[in-house]
Design a binder for this molecule. Sequence first.
Ligand code: PEP
Ligand code: CO
Length: 445
Amino acid sequence: MNQPHWHPASWQERTTLQQPHYPSTQALEEVLSQLTTLPPLVTSWEVESLKQELAAASRGEAFLLQGGDCAENFGDCRSPVIVNKLKILLQMSLILIHGLEKRVVRVGRIAGQYAKPRSADSETIAGVTLPSYRGDLVNAPEFTPEARRVDPERLLTGYSRAAITLNHIRALSDCGFADLHHPEYWDLDFFHHSPQAEEYRQVVRDLSHSLRFLKQLGVGDAPDLSRVQFYTSHEGLHLHYEEALTRKTPNRSGYYNLSTHLPWIGFRTAELEGGHIEYFRGINNPIGIKVGPGVSPQWIEAVIDRLNPENEPGKLLFIHRFGADRIEQHLPHLLRTVKQAGKEILWICDPMHGNTVTTANGYKTRHFNHILQELEQAFEIHRSEGTILGGVHFELTGDDVSECIGGARGMSEVDLERAYETQVDPRLNYEQALEMALAIIRKQG
Ligand code: PEP
Ligand code: CO
């Protein structure tokens, strides 16, 4: 079917789910017109180079590690929080490089992961009803009328916090901090007490050995060993914000979303005729789409035609998130549908979002073992279907939080109270994330 002409605002002609209701359209318009004039946060060059990397991942030559908070918050725009997140992603990437013998493409859920879909527009506690918290880009989490007020000024704050975060990441990635010759710079304070410390150190020793070997061969000073490339991603949920950062660039044709390298469409907003798919079909970025139980082969084929009509490699990521108990039932059909249609898809497993449970005392949590089981099954199913699992997508943090159950330290339900900090979904803490990476390579390496 021929689609009508696309422009950055054409999504506004569609029904668009999960958008906040702004009390004043004029106040919103004023903020958006400011945002439109502010510089982009990333460049089309970076976006295109990520697309090349993702194409390599879809061929099995590289592996995507995507991870970060479920929801970033403005208060966490602080050096220790950003640095710790970078450290854990760098450490995990070292483990994966070593075990999978592939280069690893690092993409944070960072520098813009500020808008969240919610199951209801409002929340009622003790007879008081207020708008739901929709992420720091929209309102604040505390249950007060002032905090929950939907405030367009937050779009500008979100843009600034994303810019500050990205600036810090760029500075760190470009200097000695990211030097592969000194992975000890990435050790976190509590690392030395961690049950995984020795296994990780062995990985580092092996890699250092390989680096020395390269040096003897005369290629040890290759510049890409002293800096790392680090990309950003977030759910492209708040379409007024995404539209305001959608730009044309002088040397390329078409539009780019320059608020992030890799925006994705969430599971709840992946309606074929809805505003999100309409917006995403017009941008040149690589794009992710979350895929879960209930998607039909017709939807799959239509979505691919809409989002990647040229069948460009590295352009479209299917991030599947079925849950450990359902992946076996659903994933094979999905893989076969895409394979039979001859379409280029980069397959990513998100083992987090299909495995969320609520404890008796009301904590939203996930079990380490369920996460690992879904991942292991994903590798297995791709292998037996002859497709390639090109990467993983985690909710994690570089801090010592207690949000997911299990792992080597045996985090239990009662332990969750110690440091349960997430405002939305539970994240792997630093040790659990490291352990997850080691578990992946133990099975796949
Ligand atoms: C998320 O990634 O935080 C999220 C809401 O996931 P999904 O769209 O897969 O439910
Ligand atoms: Co989440």
